[in-house]
Design a protein around this ligand. Structure first.
Ligand code: COA
Length: 259
């Protein structure tokens, strides 16, 4: 029997959502994106649920990025549509939710995976987690809000270093930079995220929703503001270039790219 791409487990008023594609390190393909988007929509409307914890199946990855095999032949127009649809359908939807979504980063959070964690309201990580935006190794840039949310969270210096060097940071570095709020052992990660979710669930849900809205309004980078549009256009401009063909071709052929 085929496994569901997204698993929901209710722990009283906290919803635990697990992206379930461990054999591909939970890479975001269109199936995962649409299943996750529908579930988030449903949970946002569910008045019993007060907080959501989002994690990845297995002990290796939260999400290792957008599914590279799905966009390897895209041109600029298709690249723009990929970023636009993904931002609208999933990433902005999470960022605009009325209840906190907590990312429990249980391993690699790379590219679209880190962008997904950053669209959540805050993040906990396991000690072995690794985070990065390695898109330039593919001849691309982040397209799911990463150019906007990473500088807003850690400052432009570290964000630019991560985006241009493609180097990953570990959980302790992410904690020091304010990218994650807590670092715990892997087996304590989901319990710790659910525990804070349960604390949130004890508080006034309308007030919690207002707090989320107010913080969003004050934050420099919000969905719908010009930076996100600039990102989509710049992301789409990468498609069809020789760099893109080399970067993605090298990943799929399991060799080092030669730019
Ligand atoms: N898209 C599609 N498939 C992916 C993927 C992605 N972003 N990340 C991992 N996978 C797949 C691999 O192709 C492999 O599939 P296979 O077993 O059918 O060959 C499987 O997941 C396991 O990954 P593998 O590379 O063998 O694991 P590893 O431990 O050697 O390396 C990573 C782990 C995370 C370093 C490596 O998978 C990687 O670099 N992934 C891409 C990260 C990235 O560039 N993300 C941004 C995308 S925009």
């Amino acid at each position: 029997m085929e496994q569901p791409l997204v698993i929901l487990e209710r722990q009283d008023r906290v919803a635990l959502v697990t992206i379930n594609r461990p054999e591909k390190l939970n890479a975001l393909n269109t199936g995962v994106i649409s299943a996750l988007a529908s579930l988030m929509e449903e949970l946002n409307k569910d008045t019993y649920i007060r907080a959501i914890v989002l994690t990845g199946a297995g002990n290796k990855a939260f999400v290792a990025g957008a599914d590279i095999s799905e966009f390897s032949t895209f041109n600029a127009k298709e690249g723009y549509a990929l970023a636009h649809q993904g931002q609208e359908q999933l990433f902005d939807r999470i960022a605009l939710m009325d209840k906190p979504v907590i990312a429990a980063i249980n391993g690699y959070a790379l590219g679209g995976g880190l962008e997904l964690a950053m669209a959540c309201h805050f993040r906990y990580a396991s000690t072995h987690a690794k985070m990065g935006l390695p898109e330039v190794t593919l001849g691309l840039i982040p397209g799911y809000g990463g150019t906007q949310r990473l500088p807003a969270l850690v400052g432009s210096g570290l964000a630019l270093e991560m985006m241009t060097s493609a180097q990953m940071i570990d959980a302790d570095q992410a904690y020091a930079a304010g990218l994650v709020n807590k670092v715990v052992a892997l087996d304590e990660l989901v319990p710790a995220a659910c525990a804070v979710g349960k604390k949130i669930a004890q508080n006034a849900p309308g007030a919690v929703a207002h707090a989320l809205r107010a913080v969003r309004a004050g934050a420099g980078a919000q969905p719908g503001t010009p930076g996100y549009e600039v990102e989509k256009k710049a992301f789409s401009a990468c498609f069809g270039t020789a760099e893109f063909t080399e970067g993605v071709g090298a990943f799929l052929a399991k060799r080092t790219p030669d730019f």
